[in-house]
Design a protein around this ligand. Structure first.
Ligand SMILES: Nc1ncnc2c1ncn2[C@@H]1O[C@H](COP(=O)(O)OP(=O)(O)OP(=O)(O)O)[C@@H](O)[C@H]1O
Ligand SMILES: [Mg+2]
Length: 237
């Protein structure tokens, strides 16, 4: 792969897992239970792009753009600075009421006119609100959006919720099959606490590690400890 075709995620440790980075124009789904770090992951991905001069768009389904910005600030990632420079854009209030989507035309137009290179969709629940009672329409809705973003050559990172993630018995969701890449974030119980772990389930057309890695959240966001084995799994070795 040529250097210009590779995108650095900006998550310390992740590009190493991907042996350099990910292919541009791919779609990646970051999936996990509540509080596992999906939004922080998204913020870092966009921040890294802006830092490299690549315009990014944050589409937020449930939180306000102002909440995302102050969340990022609390991690030491100043998105507002890049917003002022025209390198980061937000799209919020997608629903007129709780179910009626205004349009995905607005974010798609922003992607084209602002030459957006990185798109965040946080999260896919957007499509659940729209097609909750029709699984085929749900899949088709997501696929349509994926193909519209792909046409612009932007790289898409979406988040999705899981209510349960047992690594010994994973039940996959329909959207897991639709994206080029799939990353699971989880908290695995170890004694009286939990340990954060990450694994890359798939990345079509690219070699990557399939290990489970421990990660931490702190100033700057997520940091993956690629040289460590999760404590929670230590006994198995
Ligand atoms: N500044 C910080 N320092 C350390 N840990 C933090 C910090 N900010 C957040 N966290 C941890 O990160 C977790 C949340 O991460 P995040 O908001 O990305 O989760 P999420 O997967 O998007 O959750 P949800 O599904 O509810 O949207 C918090 O529950 C907290 O444990
Ligand atoms: Mg979130």
């Amino acid at each position: 792969m040529k250097n210009k075709d590779i995108l650095k995620t900006g998550i310390p440790g992740l590009d190493e897992i991907f042996e350099g980075g990910i292919r541009r124009s791919n779609s990646i789904l970051v999936s996990g239970c509540p509080g596992t770090g999906k939004t922080i992951f998204s913020i870092q991905f966009l921040y890294e792009g802006a830092r490299m001069g690549e315009p990014g768009l944050y589409i937020t389904t449930e939180e306000k753009a102002s909440e995302i910005k102050s969340y990022a600030n609390s991690l030491g990632l100043n998105l507002e600075k890049f917003e002022k420079k025209g390198l980061i854009f937000f799209c919020e209030n997608l629903f007129r009421d709780s179910v009626k989507l205004i349009s995905l035309e607005t974010p798609l137009k922003t992607i084209k006119t602002k030459n957006i290179k990185r798109v965040i969709l946080d999260g896919l629940t957007l499509f659940e609100y729209l097609y909750s009672d029709n699984i085929n329409e749900y899949r088709r809705g997501i696929l349509r959006f994926l193909s519209q973003v792909k046409q612009t050559n932007a790289t898409l990172l979406a988040t999705s919720e899981r209510s349960n993630l047992d690594f010994n018995n994973i039940s996959y969701k329909p959207e897991d099959f639709l994206f080029n890449g799939l990353i699971f974030l989880a908290a695995v119980r170890k004694g009286y606490s939990f340990e954060r772990v990450l694994t890359v389930v798939k990345m079509r057309g690219q070699k990557h590690s399939i290990n489970l890695y421990p990660f931490s959240i702190g100033h700057g966001g997520i940091k993956i400890h690629t040289k460590q084995i999760p404590f929670s799994l230590e006994k198995e070795f």
